[in-house]
Design a protein around this ligand. Structure first.
Ligand SMILES: Nc1ncnc2c1ncn2[C@@H]1O[C@H](COP(=O)(O)OP(=O)(O)OP(=O)(O)O)[C@@H](O)[C@H]1O
Length: 264
């Protein structure tokens, strides 16, 4: 289809590669024969029907579940080595902040935990305070989580995820529980952070417009068992803005993906 080809990354440094990877829970196959190469610095969004294995894929990449067969490498390392080297960080739908710690203290937590365990933490370019500024929370560093809105809490979670300077940011529906305007705002902020830091992003969503707005590539998974249906390259002008959603090209990608999702 015009501009919507099945693609594999070629000739670029690879952030994550999966080779015929499968995941089983007992006798149930959650993911089957996944082969992908995610180029360094790319932004991938992941779509697919409920239960097709989107979260399982992030858990596989982040060493939370092992492959039953096949392999996964992060920056040429095993997922375990990448986890120990803090090469990736996770942001979940729920910000999971410690309620008794301020925004700043929550962002500092991974550094403290690393130090306590005697783990050498890569020194980030930005201090925790600068990261809070990056996510637009300057002046709110002393606020406790209950004093912040849901969107602000999620921004603290993103700052916390960036504090060890990960190369790969894994996000599982991070804005799924937020209202549309807040989601728009955070989508734009996330794209700014992505452009500024060069971090590779893998972002699970149920929203087709969100997948198109954020993703350079959209991975569509099929269910039963979860497997790759297609990878759609999104060729829209950069830097992206929410107004893009009103354009014919954006609508063309959204319609294509809606149909693809229906065919899963
Ligand atoms: N720890 C587990 N033990 C057994 N089965 C599991 C486990 N984790 C996930 N599954 C199953 O694996 C399949 C994929 O689950 P997963 O959460 O990855 O799907 P998903 O695409 O993220 O779903 P949703 O869109 O509803 O969030 C589902 O059938 C789920 O029930």
């Amino acid at each position: 289809m015009d501009g919507m080809s099945q693609i594999q990354t070629g000739g670029r440094p690879v952030a994550a590669s999966l080779t015929n990877a499968s995941v089983k829970f007992g006798s149930f196959t959650a993911l089957s024969d996944i082969s992908l190469e995610i180029g360094a610095g790319e932004f991938w969004t992941i779509l697919g029907p409920s239960g097709c294995g989107k979260s399982t894929m992030l858990r596989l990449v982040s060493d939370l579940v092992p492959p039953a067969s096949g392999g996964v490498e992060i920056l040429g390392k095993s997922t375990e080595a990448a986890r120990l080297a803090r090469e990736f960080a996770f942001v979940f739908q729920d910000a999971t902040l410690l309620p008794w710690r301020s925004a700043l203290k929550n962002v500092e937590l991974p550094l403290e935990m690393g130090r306590k365990r005697g783990i050498e933490i890569p020194r980030g370019d930005r201090t925790p305070m600068e990261l809070l500024e990056l996510v637009g929370l300057k002046g709110r560093e002393d606020a406790l989580p209950h004093e912040l809105s849901g969107g602000m809490r999620q921004r603290v979670a993103i700052a916390r995820a960036l504090v060890c300077q990960p190369k790969l940011l894994l996000m599982d529906e991070p804005f799924g529980a937020l209202d549309e305007m807040t989601r728009d705002h955070l989508n734009m902020q996330l794209l700014e952070i992505w452009r500024e830091t060069g971090v590779t992003c893998l972002f699970v969503t149920h929203s087709i417009p969100e997948a198109v707005l954020l993703g350079q590539k959209v991975l569509m998974l099929r269910a039963h068992p979860g497997r790759v249906k297609e990878v759609v390259e999104i060729d829209l002008p950069e830097p992206r803005h929410v107004e893009l959603r009103e354009t014919p090209d954006f609508n063309r990608y959204s319609s294509y993906l809606r149909k693809s999702l229906e065919d899963c």
